[in-house]
Write a protein that binds this ligand. Structure first.
Ligand code: OXD
Ligand code: MN
Length: 594
């Protein structure tokens, strides 16, 4: 095969092979031009795949509805196809690579007949950055192309940066019949390959995101000495203009996008504090020339959950969606040709189409207008608080790493690990209690180490070892300090004790002071906990008293003893693959609780 876009033999051979397999009628290379995007939007509208929204109120914005059986990532049908089951580990689904290729090729064979193959060259990270990695996704979906154009850097410039290198991630997406019984999202970390069939929904088909930037990249990072993490990156600017950066990992439904785009409380704004967003979902982290850890956000947009986003909960996210955005599975207000979702405002449209495509009157219907997992795909540049360092090819230096989860009684508002290895332990035992938002029982503890449970491309115990090994390469005063936060502590009546949202900056302030040794702390069995008077309550004294704060900072030995049983059980799944450093941390915790 030849092409005017590249002479890279590994690229051309692979595409030729896939053309033979799926048999498209036509091949279109995505060149990254505005004209091509415009033409694809128009074509998507002609086929009904995309709906053009009110261009005065929402310029360059479109709506898409997926099949009703295809509205979320499917962890049960996501596989790590490593050579052996042990390499995938006990927390991943595993399939033998040869069997997986055969099965997937049988499903994909001839599936592009009568359709177009779009070839998307994309870069995760700024093109040419030493952090960045290149992928090529083949897809038969215009929706996927238009989303990838927002979420990644695409086009000719990517092929130029690749040159004749073989170091790129192969991605094949086939919509097929959107048959949920034949839906598979397969990662082959050893082959830099992703194959996704029978889905048209975001996380399953925008292959640069979870499949590449986390599952494949976590394995690449292990082999190459860096880290791919499910972490937001934010910068806190203090009144002197100094900006310090924090990476934070939380399981789904813990407010990651909200924290990444936090608006400081009024008293902080008056003093000159600002928060800058570098990323809301994924961090790629590596050591810089000065020995500190630096992070980039490999993405170029936000694929955020729409419901609950409004001008109080997250005005920056909402503002990001006002231009050049694709909405997926939200309600369509026919009177204004705009979009609506639960929690946007108290004024649902009465003449609308719901996310399933049926007529919907938001004032009368008991059904939801938007799917609970409906999304916006918004360009990062739209975000009013996007960091000036967003495009910095060298990333931003990380002062603190923050883990967190939803724990009603157990974890204090914030605590600091004693050192790097203890911090890795804290991340490895991360857990969240289930909420009513998900199916199943409420309040059940789900372990989600580093928020990577569904995203780690290899054995999680080896992943922890990789964390430990990275720590060994860092000088003590250069390593980020590691913390755990819990915004979700409840009192005996079941009320949240901490106001959250912008007030979380009060906790970040304490964290950054600890990083610079500017504030003392109390040593407890689980790590360092703030003295209540060191958390600034100015402006919220009527909502949170010192007594409340003391209650939120309390560490109950009894509850933590119960917790160690759960940790032991979880660690047990990994047998003797558990790093000895983490086994020692668990012993230390148990001793501290005696
Ligand atoms: C996401 C997720 O969509 O983590 O970012 O589920
Ligand atoms: Mn995520």
């Amino acid at each position: 095969m030849t092409s005017s876009f590249t002479k890279n033999k590994s690229v051309l051979d692979w595409i030729e092979d896939k053309i033979d397999l799926v048999k498209p009628d036509k091949i279109v290379w995505i060149d990254g031009s505005k004209e091509q995007v415009e033409a694809l939007r128009a074509e998507g509208c002609e086929t009904g795949e995309m709906i053009k929204l009110n261009q005065e109120l929402l310029p360059e914005c479109y709506l898409h509805r997926t099949a009703v059986n295809d509205v979320a990532r499917v962890e049960g049908r996501t596989f790590i196809c490593a050579p052996t089951k042990d390499e995938a580990g006990p927390t991943n689904n595993w399939m033998d690579p040869d069997e997986a290729y055969k099965m997937l090729y049988d499903i994909a064979r001839d599936s592009y007949k009568g359709r177009t193959m779009y070839v998307i060259p994309y870069s995760m990270g700024p093109v040419g950055s030493p952090f960045s990695k290149i992928g090529i996704e083949l897809t038969d979906s215009i929706y996927v192309v238009l989303n990838m154009v927002i979420m990644t850097r695409t086009g000719v410039k990517v092929l130029e940066a690749l040159g004749d290198s073989d170091d790129w991630v192969r991605g094949l997406h086939c919509k097929c019949q959107i048959d949920p019984e034949k839906r598979y999202i397969c990662q082959f970390p050893q082959d830099n390959t992703i194959i996704s069939v029978n889905s048209g929904y975001g996380g399953n088909v925008l292959l640069g995101k979870k499949c590449f930037a986390l599952r494949i990249a976590s394995y690449q990072g292990k082999m190459e000495g860096w880290q791919a993490e499910h972490m937001l990156i934010l910068g806190v600017e203090d009144p002197t203009g100094k900006v310090r950066y924090i990476c934070a990992a939380f399981p789904s439904a813990c407010g990651k996008t909200n924290l990444a785009m936090l608006i400081p409380p009024e008293s902080y704004r008056k003093k000159g504090y600002k928060v800058w967003t570098v990323g809301d979902d994924i961090s790629w982290i590596r050591k810089g020339p000065d020995g500190r850890l630096y992070a980039i956000n490999p993405e170029n947009g936000f694929f955020g959950v729409a419901p609950g986003t409004n001008d109080k909960s997250n005005p920056n996210a909402l503002a990001s969606t006002r231009q050049g955005t694709i909405f997926t599975n939200v309600a369509h207000d026919l009177d204004t040709n705009t979009v609506w979702w639960e929690g946007l405002d108290k004024n649902p449209p009465t003449n609308a189409i719901d996310w399933t495509g049926k007529p919907w009157n938001g004032k009368e219907s008991t059904e939801k207008g938007a799917n609970p997992n409906s999304r916006f795909t918004a360009p990062a540049v739209n975000c009013p608080c996007i960091s000036s360092e967003f495009e910095n090819p060298d990333g931003v230096p990380i002062s603190a790493i923050v883990f967190g989860g939803r724990r009603a009684k157990l974890a204090p508002l914030v605590y600091q690990s004693r050192d790097w290895n203890h911090g890795v332990f804290v991340g490895s035992v991360m857990a969240s209690e289930t909420t009513a938002a998900a199916a199943g029982a409420v309040g059940v503890v789900r372990r989600d180490p580093m928020a990577m449970l569904p995203f780690c491309g290899y054995n999680m115990a080896d992943y922890w070892q990789h964390w430990i090994d990275i720590g060994k390469t860092l000088e003590k005063d250069k390593a980020p300090k590691i913390f755990n936060v819990n915004w979700f502590r409840k009192d005996d009546e079941g009320n949240f004790m901490w106001p959250g949202f912008g007030d979380n900056l009060r906790v970040l302030e304490w964290i950054l002071k600890r990083c610079e040794d500017k504030v003392d702390a109390d040593e407890t069995p689980i790590g360092y906990v703030p003295k209540a008077e060191d958390i600034n309550l100015e402006g919220i004294e009527d909502k949170v008293t010192i007594d409340d704060l003391n209650a939120m900072l309390d560490v109950s030995k009894d509850l933590w003893k119960e917790e160690t049983d759960g940790i032991e059980e979880f660690y047990g799944k990994f047998g003797d693959r558990i790093p000895k450093e983490l086994a020692a941390e668990l012993d230390t915790l148990k001793n501290n609780l005696k």
